[in-house]
Design a protein around this ligand. Structure first.
Ligand code: MLT
Ligand code: MN
Ligand code: ZN
Length: 302
């Protein structure tokens, strides 16, 4: 299985258009050890079948152009055989609109709850249905699904029940936010990937999935719980936003360090000091062998 990080930043990207925090300022100034990052998305490819897009970010267009190795055998062809959504947040869903030129119905996989949000509250699926058409398949927590057109099998699991702030109706089911365990049915001895860009709580069940994986791509939104509040740029702390911070009691850093899996942080918010390669916080991750994902990062499970 090939794994490519298309966008390593959380909502807003890095630097964020209106942000002048220390991290954004350093990235914008091009300081050594910094880089620009687009919004959260990965692409996966199994031994059989084409690339699957996991989360469609507002930066999708640039991300596709940077992929390079997609088949372009006919006059119009999609680089992706399907799209999987882990939530309905703007950073993970807005890019769907950029796929509207598709010559065939877009194959989209999500939970019922994400589909309802993207039909009723932020009606991307309804809009696209009138444009290229949508071929939607349900992702059910705990139920494995082989993604059509690929040898990849995903098992969704709930990572949060906090809906996007624009969700008006009561949930129609579990899984406002999910993670995925991914295996390749055509390469049964290869290890598993767990992708989890949003992690609200560390549970025994989720830890079990991490322990059974060879590669873990995990929520790296915030370094500290009070990162935004402390910097004077937000009123909600990391946990209230559905993201366990890296540092502090119950932070993910120490827990992830105890895994045998290769760990890569993704969905990094522009305020996170680990985006600066020379920051002391980054040295703590380096010492624990926890990687900071970057745009274009390629990983492989064989
Ligand atoms: C999140 O990951 O919590 C959301 O994308 C927040 C947002 O950007 O609105
Ligand atoms: Mn997000
Ligand atoms: Zn910033």
């Amino acid at each position: 299985m090939r794994i490519r990080i298309l966008g390593s930043a959380a909502g807003g990207g890095s630097p964020q258009w209106n942000c002048n925090c220390a991290t954004c300022a350093a990235v914008r100034a091009g300081e050594p050890g910094t880089e620009h990052r687009t919004q959260s998305s990965i692409a996966l490819r199994g031994a059989e079948g084409g690339w699957v897009l996991v989360n469609a970010s507002p930066d999708l267009r640039q991300q596709v152009e940077r992929m390079g190795d997609v088949e372009r055998s006919s006059l119009r062809s999609s680089p992706f055989v399907g799209v999987v959504l882990t939530d309905a947040e703007i950073d993970h869903a807005a890019g769907l609109l950029l796929l509207r030129e598709s010559g065939e119905p877009l194959r989209v996989h999500s939970t019922d709850e994400v589909r309802a949000t993207l039909t009723d509250d932020y009606p991307l699926l309804r809009m696209l249905d009138d444009w290229c058409g949508i071929a939607w398949t349900a992702l059910e927590p705990g139920v494995e699904l082989q993604l059509p057109g690929t040898s990849l099998v995903v098992e969704p699991f709930v990572t949060g029940e906090d809906p996007p702030r624009f969700r008006r109706a009561a949930p129609v089911g579990p899984g406002a936010s999910i993670g995925l365990v991914v295996r390749d049915a055509a390469d049964p001895t290869a290890g598993r990937l767990t992708y989890c860009p949003s992690l609200e709580a560390w549970t025994a069940e989720i830890e079990e999935r991490f322990r059974a994986s060879r590669l873990v791509l995990v929520d790296g939104t915030f370094w500290s719980n009070d990162e935004l509040v402390g910097a004077g740029i937000g009123t909600r702390d990391a946990r209230a936003m559905g993201h366990l911070p890296m540092d502090g009691p119950d932070g993910t850093r120490e827990r992830l360090a105890s895994l045998d899996a290769q760990v890569v942080y993704v969905h990094l918010n522009n305020s996170n000091p680990v985006l600066l390669a020379h920051a002391p916080e980054r040295a703590l991750l380096d010492a624990a062998d926890l990687a900071v994902g970057f745009d274009g990062m390629e990983l492989e499970l064989a």
